[in-house]
Design a protein around this ligand. Structure first.
Ligand code: SF4
Length: 240
């Protein structure tokens, strides 16, 4: 499933969902406790419409047909709850992939959320294209962190591999979610955005009437990340 860059990410989302969903079951490759957010039980899935230069799960998201096993939402909840009891953690997430690829993966997510307080980590593409799905998160025990992949069309294309005309979708998702009363905020990669890129996102949010903080994360140099970044034209200096 390696696409030529840049690709249509909505078409890729539909293709990916057809691979990683089998009825109501979704593909996952591991379940674990992680130190993020002060401790969170994590189900690592496969399948994403983007192919970000810095994705730590790049190979699995490039070729989801080769990785992971199918699990029902009930089995996922059982595994998450078992880890939660052992570790004394009450916060949950799906990571390593995009939880919302289309209606089937969205319904699967809704069945996993009752495990407890849930952080939905998303790139916001499909939630931006499908405001009806974003609105259905209103009133649930969730918070949504939208990872913003660029500060304009060209930077979005270079980071995500997706065509630049889809740049606005994640910000549209952020607006819809917040209007639906969902706690939602954007996160940017500080090494790539810098002060200027972050300022561009802040201005776009202001123009759209979105008032919330911007989280800044920093690059984790997993094996393969640096070489993929270089292939995309991002030079990783010592300060990055
Ligand atoms: S959006 Fe996240 S999971 Fe998807 S390719 Fe980018 S970094 Fe990986």
């Amino acid at each position: 499933m390696t696409p030529a860059l840049p690709f249509d990410p909505l078409a890729r989302a539909a293709e990916t969902e057809a691979v990683v969903m089998q009825g109501i079951q979704r593909k996952y490759h591991q379940f674990r406790a992680s130190h993020h957010y002060g401790g969170i039980v994590t189900a690592d899935a496969v399948g994403c419409p983007f192919l970000c230069a810095y994705c730590w799960n790049y190979q699995r998201n490039e070729s989801p047909e080769r990785f992971g096993e199918y699990y029902t939402a009930e089995t996922v909840v059982e595994k998450l709850m078992s880890i939660a009891h052992r570790k004394g953690i009450r916060l949950f997430r799906i990571s390593g992939a995009e939880p919302v690829l289309g209606p089937a993966s969205f319904d699967h997510l809704l069945q996993v959320i009752p495990a407890g307080r849930f952080i939905i980590e998303t790139n916001g593409l499909v939630l931006g294209a499908r405001p009806d799905l974003a609105e259905r998160l209103g009133g649930l025990n969730v918070a949504v962190r939208i990872s913003i992949k660029g500060w304009d069309g060209p930077s979005f294309e270079r980071i995500s591999g997706a065509k630049r005309e889809f740049f606005n979708y994640p910000l549209n998702a952020l607006k819809t979610l917040r209007e639906a009363g969902v706690e939602a905020w954007p996160a940017v990669m500080g090494n790539l955005f810098g002060t200027e890129g972050t300022r561009c996102i802040a201005e776009l949010m202001e123009d759209m009437g979105i008032r919330t903080h911007i989280e800044t994360e920093y690059l984790e140099r997993y094996p393969g990340v640096v070489s993929t970044m270089r292939q995309r034209g991002w030079e990783i200096g010592a300060g990055m």
